[in-house]
Design a binder for this molecule. Sequence first.
Ligand code: 5GP
Ligand code: ZN
Length: 116
Amino acid sequence: MTKSDCIFCKIGAKEIPSSIIYEDEQVMAFKDINPSAPVHILIIPKKHIASFNDVTEDDEKLLGHIQFIASRLAADMGVAEQGYRLVSNCGKWGGQDVLHLHYHLLGGRELNWPPG
Ligand code: 5GP
Ligand code: ZN
């Protein structure tokens, strides 16, 4: 289920500390260590999935759950009304550095579009 050399698996298992915002059996949300916006939360499945390239049909419910939690966290963090962004970088050209599927929840300032 978890991968021994994966930093986000370790954060999900609380082997590495993080500023946890939300947790349940399937999901962990924690503050990004290098925030790009006043609100910058990472939302991960506790199960190791390397990227969107690796999701299977079995993950459908989990992915829906993560997005549901993201909408709740946006409200809890006070960014829902002004607006925010939920993004997941996939692969090298998508800008993915950590090979454990994660969503960035960014808010608290006006965000540019398109991204670089
Ligand atoms: P990616 O570029 O893979 O989409 O995003 C990885 C994100 O993880 C980056 O925003 C980076 O700041 C964050 N990050 C990397 N290592 C850690 C860590 O050990 N703890 C926390 N909280 N965030 C991390
Ligand atoms: Zn992992």
